[in-house]
Design a protein. Sequence first.
Length: 201
Amino acid sequence: MTAPDGLSAVKAALSNTGAASSDFDLNPDVVLPPGRKLRPASVLVPILCNGPEARLYLTKRSSALKHHPGQIAFPGGKQDEGDADITATALREASEEIGLDPANVEVLGELPSHETVTGFIVTPVVARIVAPFTPRPEAGEVDEVFTVPLSHVMTPENFLIQSRRWRGSRRHYFTVPFGPYYIWGATARILRSMADAAGRS
């Protein structure tokens, strides 16, 4: 099913959310320890509805980073002690990473949490950017800030399942390529969850 374009699909997704997701969803042979401790984190899913179609902002992480260099990601990171809540974390990180003023954001809601292979429990915070802004990539952290049409990532048929060997075993994961950008892993999994939830409306 092809999801409708625009913010209505996102609002439908937020009202029809399902279960939490993880980097292990497509790898049922992985057995996770029941007592594992996950660190709280959040990402902002920032959408601008200005112009002929809504667009989603994403980042390309710096190739110099130790963890996930060069990967496509939402702005976000781990929760700090000074953050009032997980939404505050997402807004702070987006301000730091792409220069998005929290005052220029309308928070629409949260998607189910996502567990990463690196031991984080990530809450995706979906938000509408109120007015167009000029992104400012955080030096040393973000190589590029770009947008993709929201309709592209809200269409389940645009997602692929691919695999590669990781730590001695084959790991499967979602991808949703767009132009020169290879969107995969946790970012693609969260987007797929949002697309699926919109389709349940």
